[in-house]
Each structure stands twice: as C-alpha cells, then as structure tokens.
Write a protein that binds this ligand. Sequence first.
Ligand code: ADE
Ligand code: ZN
Length: 345
Amino acid sequence: MRVAEVNQEDLKPFIAGLPKAELHMHIEGSLEPEMMFALAERNGVDLSFKSVEETRAAYNFGCLQEFLDLFFQGMAVLCSEQDFYDLTWAYFKRAHADNVRHAEKFFDPQGHTCRGIDFETVLRGIQQARADAERELGITSELIMCFWRHLSEEDACKTLELAKPFREGIVGIGLDAAEQDNPPRKFASVYKQAREQGYRLLAHAGEEGPASYVEEAIDLLKVDRIDHGNATLDDPELTRRIAGEGTVLTVCPLSNVKLAVVDEMHRHPLKTMLEHGLAVTVNSDDPAYFGGYVNDNYVAVQQALGLTVDELHRIARNSFNGAFLDEYAKAAHLDELDAYVATYR
Ligand code: ADE
Ligand code: ZN
C-alpha cells in the first residue's frame, strides 16, 4: 500500500490558506513560456521552439544538465529593466495567490552579464518589483546572487566585485548550476570574501552531488542554509549533526522528480528527513519549468507521502525560522501561522 492511501484527508484547502515563506526559487526559473515568447518578440530574440506548446512539451529532463541547457536558452530573452521587472512582478502575484508572506529569490547575474546585460539593469528591474510587491501585496522579500559553479572561482570573484555598488539590496550569495564535479571547495575563497563583506551564505548541495558536498558547504563555505540537501540522508552521522544544529534545508519536491533526483514522488525523502529531525522547507525552485508553484509542491508531497497537518505546520514554521527576517518579523509570522493552524483544527 502506498503511503498516500494512509492519509486521505484533502489538505489542499489547508495548504492554500497556510501562511508560508518561500526560500528557494530562481527568478529566471519563473519565466513561463508565454512570457518567454512575448519578451522574445519585444527584444527581437530568436527562440529554438516554434510555440508555447512546443516549449512546454520539451520540458522533460533526464538530469540537471538537460534542464540547465534549456534554462540558459530561456533567460536570453531577458534584456531590459522592464523585462526583469515584469518577470519578478509576475512571480510575486503568483506567490501572493499561494499565501506566501515572504520570498527569498535567487538570480544568476553571470547568465546576464555574459550576454552584455549590465548588472545594474538586472538589479533595478528586480528591486522595483520587490518594492511594489511589498507595498501592494504585502510580501516582503530578499535577493540572493548565485554563482554558476561550472564557471571559475575567478569569474565568481569578478561578479562579487560587480555587485559592490548594490550590496544593500542583496542579502546573500548562493551556488547553483552543474553540481557534479564542481564541489563547494572550488569556491572557498570567494565565500570567505563574501562572508567578510557581510553576505549571508547559501549553496545548492546534495541535489545531484554526494553528502560530502553538503558537509563541505557547511564546513568550508560556512553556509547558513543548504539548498536541496537530499543526499544528506546517505550519511547518518551528517544527518544527526545537521538535525542537531538546526541547519535549514530548502527542499524542492517537483524539481527533484522533474530532474530525476527522485524517481517518483511517493519515494521522495522529505518525510524521512522530517522523521530524522531535519529542518526541511518546501519550495518551487524553477516553477515555470517543473510544473508548479510553491503550493503545488506542498500538495504533491502531502498527497504522495501522506503528510499530516502537524508535519505541514512544521514545514511552514521552518520556512519562517530559516528566513533572513529579523526576530520581530519572524515572531509575527509564526504567531499568524500558529493561529491559522489552531483555527483549522
Ligand atoms: N539553477 C536553477 N535551478 C537549479 C537547480 N535545481 N539546481 C542547480 N542549479 C539551478
Ligand atoms: Zn535551485
């Protein structure tokens, strides 16, 4: 019997109303094919696919690299400040519908500067949308700059330098793209510099890579959170350690299935991670590519693994506790969340 058959309660309405933070999504990964075609036309960019339908039909990935190849192509339609604004605003509207109260978003500056787009153009568009989302939708947010790990550490250092004038608007740095054969230690020196400049530190680790990459990210890069971290469970000692230390893991269930990190949702490790005391959260990663926004991710794991109201409550609590929010804001979000769960019961 599949676990899903054990807990048949329909928790979709509960998830829909659950106040939550989203801590792992790439803003370029929220580029829906409809917007990709509109921006391609606006900017005179050629796309390899003929239609929105053909584009969506191509979103079948055997591994992370197959996704990255299309993801890099897609982001080439983003050229002007207005494009970055439109993209980011569209995400916030969608997140608002999912009762996201606070969002921490990645962006990939090297994917834009390598095409001749100024760092400032990217930043201004995203920051304007963040300000509008806070004022009009009541969603607070933070921005995290990721380095592409298949590029050199020197390139990452140059990007850190480019970000200096915009330091105030960027809360942290992350590490994304091809994980295999690009271990965290490759970036130890740029992380040290970023730490000295006061950035919060994150890294994708243990998505396609081994548990030892999770350990390296913690010990060498000194990260505040781990993005994904699925492979942690392969190392019982590491699992005990980071459960004890309360390290937050930003898990992305639909992404994991789409990228064949997990073969089927009912075999997703999220429930086991919770049982081992890991501080897991649920996130959408690249919602336009993986078939769903944050609530779709909650619903997919809830149904496949039979997650209970208590478990969903814990996950949402972890999302606020793991956010780069001050203690007052955290407490206010947690109070609202606890009251919501109490009313539901
Ligand atoms: N960039 C966008 N999505 C990613 C993922 N899931 N893993 C690594 N890099 C990414
Ligand atoms: Zn990611």
